[in-house]
Design a protein around this ligand. Structure first.
Ligand code: PHE
Length: 449
């Protein structure tokens, strides 16, 4: 078997992990959830969950990954041989496959919108809602974009950890930050800025119900890529000197900043065009925003054009760095478990995800009638991952690190062999042992009822 890869630098680790975290979850799913769940109050609950519940899960994944140096299934086999904990690893691989399938569909839509922006097709006089619906329900077009997107992430993963994932993350992530910066500047100069900021900053806690809280935790886990072993896989490529606690904190801060900033890009823009609504759902960035770009376009054409092109390119880049990580969970597992070459393993994943993704894509068109519990396949995949597998995985992963692994070993990882603050490590150990499993469990049980 080929030797295991390893990230070569600290900055590479942070950018690759942040690349996994920052994605459609921040720029497409976060504003959608904020819009549907009442704005500022949701954001506050969300940020609390990121730091008190999702960060401990991320650290636990780092501990499992680095101490086992294995894919997410073998990690449990190695740390706790002969026990049912390995099921948690299998759940992660299954969830990784489900997320990648529906995620690539949205990434495919993004690619289509990036091409349309480039060709100046998002222009005045269009009914963007009707156009979006016609596009996603088309029997072939979304499948073509799905295949193109999956191939892109396939090509990166196939090249391996250092020359694929790390290398591409290192240039894509900084580019992403620059684009975000330009977009915020554009959006904050639009006329709806005051209403947009009010929506984002003035909380109304009467909107916070158990289902909203479950959505917030699902969003926090989804956005940070935790609960399904993605960070276990990445941490298995960390070197021994990589400091786990500061790295996890950095990734959480970057991810939260990007999510909140995309709120600052989208909502002032939405409030700037009369007749648009903040709770447009998944169509927010595909129906509502083209109207906004258009309004900008009719006033100052180059600004509208650049704004829309940059936005969809940004979304595409972010989606790519995340999809690589989901692809990697499954590829590393198949490569190491079944002894297939990395290349072949990557192909197996790409083809399987194409089948899963096609089912999701077609659930807006020819398979529209197929529903389970009132949800189409796409909505079902999203629900199962963000509201079921991720919180459940989070509970199991923190229980494993907090109660099953020897405490000495966990503390050794958290303090990096005694070179990092012991106090901070103890604080995080407490969060991992008590706060995260109990907190997520309470929300999970109440939210599902
Ligand atoms: N965190 C990614 C995003 O915000 C999605 C993701 C989920 C990536 C799970 C990997 C694993 O878009």
């Amino acid at each position: 078997m080929e030797s295991r890869g390893r990230f070569s630098s600290r900055i590479g680790v942070i950018l690759a992990s942040a690349g996994s975290a920052v994605g459609l979850g921040n720029i497409w799913r976060f504003p959608t959830e904020v819009g549907q769940n009442g704005g500022a109050a949701f954001i506050l609950v969300y940020v609390g969950f990121v730091f008190f519940l999702a960060l401990p899960v991320m650290l636990s994944e780092f501990v499992i990954g680095r101490s086992s140096k294995s894919n997410t299934v073998d990690a449990y086999r190695m740390l706790s041989p002969g026990t049912p904990w390995v099921i948690t690893g299998f759940m992660g691989v299954l969830a990784g496959f489900l997320v990648l399938s529906f995620y690539s569909v949205v990434a495919g839509w993004t690619m289509h919108y990036a091409v349309s922006s480039l060709l100046c097709r998002l222009s005045a006089g269009h009914d963007f809602g009707a156009e979006f619906n016609a596009f996603i329900s088309h029997p072939l077009l979304p499948l073509g974009y799905l295949a193109a997107f999956l191939l892109l992430s396939h090509l990166v993963v196939e090249r391996g950890v250092q020359s694929g994932i790390e290398r591409y993350s290192k240039w894509m992530m900084p580019l992403l930050f620059i684009i975000i910066f330009v977009l915020v500047a554009c959006s904050l100069s639009m006329p709806g800025v005051a209403d947009g900021l009010r929506f984002l900053l003035r909380p109304d806690f009467s909107k916070v119900t158990w289902p909203v809280v479950l959505s917030a935790i699902g969003q926090a886990f989804f956005s940070l890529s935790v609960g399904i072993g993605c960070m276990i896989t990445y941490a298995s490529y960390f070197g021994p000197r990589m400091r786990l606690v500061p790295s996890a904190i950095h990734v959480c801060i970057i991810d939260t900043l990007v999510a909140v900033t995309s709120g600052f890009i989208i909502f002032p823009a939405v409030f700037s065009v009369p007749g648009l609504s903040v709770d447009a759902g998944p169509g927010l960035v595909f129906i509502t925003l083209p109207n906004v770009f258009n309004a900008a376009f009719s006033q100052i054409p180059p600004v509208g054009y650049v704004f829309s092109l940059l936005f969809y390119v940004l979304l595409l880049l972010a989606a790519l760095t995340s999809s690589i990580s989901m692809h990697e969970i499954c590829t590393a597992f198949i490569h190491e478990k079944y002894g297939l070459s990395r290349r072949r393993a990557a192909w197996v994943v790409t083809l399987l995800c194409f089948v899963g993704g096609a089912a999701c894509a077609l659930s807006f068109g020819p398979l529209r009638g197929l529903t389970i519990h009132g949800m189409g396949i796409f909505a079902l995949f999203d629900y199962l991952t963000a509201k079921f597998f991720m919180p459940l995985g989070g509970i199991l992963i923190t229980l494993f690190v907090g109660w099953k692994m020897p405490r000495m070993r966990v503390m050794d990882e958290l303090t990096n062999g005694g070179t990092c603050s012991r106090l901070l490590a103890q604080l995080f150990f407490f969060l991992i042992r008590w706060v995260a499993p109990l907190g997520v469990c309470i929300i999970f049980v109440n939210g599902l009822r």
